[in-house]
Ligand binder design. Structure first.
Ligand code: PGA
Length: 250
C-alpha cells in the first residue's frame, strides 16, 4: 500500500515577519517539483503572512499548538476554530517541548485533539521517549502508553485524519538522530499498536513521520525505512536549501 508522504517544517519560536515570508517564498518556488505533501508550521502570528505568501500553491500550513478550549476567557490562547478559519490544515499536538515546558497532560492533549478534529484540522500527534527510557530499553512501552493515553480514544473515522510523528526526545535538536534501524523498529511497533486498536487497513494508511535531527545527509536513509512516511523537521527546516534537500529525498 502506498501511503502519502509528508515533510513538515516545525519552525518552533523562530523567524520574524520578513524572514518567514522569504523562507516560505523559497519553498513555494520549488513546489512544482515536490513529490510529497509539504507543510510549514510557523509560529501563530506568522501563519497568515506565510499563507498569503504560499497563495493557492500546494504547500500547506499548520500550527504548532492549539487551545484545549473552544473559546472564551483564556488570555493568550489560540483556538482550533480560529486556525481553521484562517485556512490552516494541520496542527501539532503534544510536541515534547509542549509536554515538558508547558506541562501538557494527557487530558489536555485529548481535548486539543478533539477540538482539532471537530474543526477539520489534521492533527500531527507527537510521541517519543526521553534518553533514560531508551537506555532502559523501555521505549516501546513508553510510546505505547503515550498513544493509548492520549490518541487512541479517537474513532476509526477520526484516526483516518491523524498523522503520528515519532520524535525521540534525545534526538531533538541534539544533532544525534536515531538510526534507521531504531526508527523502523519503533514505526513498525506503532503501526502494530494502531492495528491492535483499529482495523488493519486503517493502520496501513496512517502516515508515520520521524523527527529528531533529521538533516539533508541522513534524511534518505531514514525515509527509506518501509514504515517511515516522511519527517517532522525542526532546525533543518529553517534554511531553505536544507529543507528542500530533505524534501527531494522523501
Ligand atoms: P530537530 O527538531 O529537527 O531540530 O531535531 C524536530 C522537532 O522538534 O520537531
Amino acid at each position: 500500500m502506498t501511503r502519502r508522504k509528508i515533510v513538515a517544517g516545525n519552525w518552533k519560536m523562530n523567524m520574524d515577519a520578513q524572514t518567514a515570508v522569504s523562507l516560505a517564498q523559497s519553498i513555494d518556488e520549488r513546489s512544482a517539483d515536490f513529490g510529497a505533501e509539504v507543510v510549514l508550521f510557523p509560529p501563530f502570528v506568522l501563519i497568515d503572512k506565510v499563507k498569503e505568501t504560499l497563495g493557492v500553491g500546494p504547500v500547506k500550513t499548520g500550527a504548532q499548538n492549539c487551545s484545549e478550549h473552544e473559546s472564551g476567557a483564556y488570555t493568550g490562547e489560540v483556538s482550533a476554530g480560529m486556525l481553521a478559519s484562517l485556512g490552516v490544515e494541520y496542527v501539532l499536538i503534544g510536541h515534547s517541548e509542549r509536554r515538558e515546558y508547558f506541562k501538557e497532560t494527557d487530558e489536555q492533549l485529548q481535548a486539543k485533539l478533539s477540538l482539532a478534529l471537530k474543526h477539520g484540522l489534521k492533527p500531527v500527534f507527537c510521541c517519543g521517549e526521553p534518553l533514560a527510557v531508551r537506555q532502559q530499553n523501555s521505549q516501546q512501552e513508553y510510546v505505547q502508553r503515550q498513544l493509548e493515553d492520549s490518541l487512541f480514544f479517537v474513532s476509526n473515522e477520526q484516526m483516518l485524519h491523524c498523522i503520528i510523528a515519532y520524535e525521540p526526545i534525545w534526538a531533538i535538536g541534539t544533532g544525534l538522530n536515531a538510526t534507521p534501524e531504531q526508527v523502523q523498529e519503533m514505526h513498525a511497533h506503532i503501526r502494530l499498536l494502531i492495528s491492535n486498536r483499529y482495523p488493519g487497513s486503517l493502520a496501513q494508511q496512517v502516515p508515520l513521520l520521524y523527527g529528531g535531527s533529521c538533516k539533508p545527509d541522513n534524511a534518505k536513509s531514514l525515509f527509506d525505512c518501509p514504515d517511515v512516511d516522511g519527517g517532522l523537521i525542526g532546525g533543518a527546516s529553517l534554511k531553505a536549501s536544507d529543507f528542500l534537500q530533505i524534501i527531494d529525498v522523501v
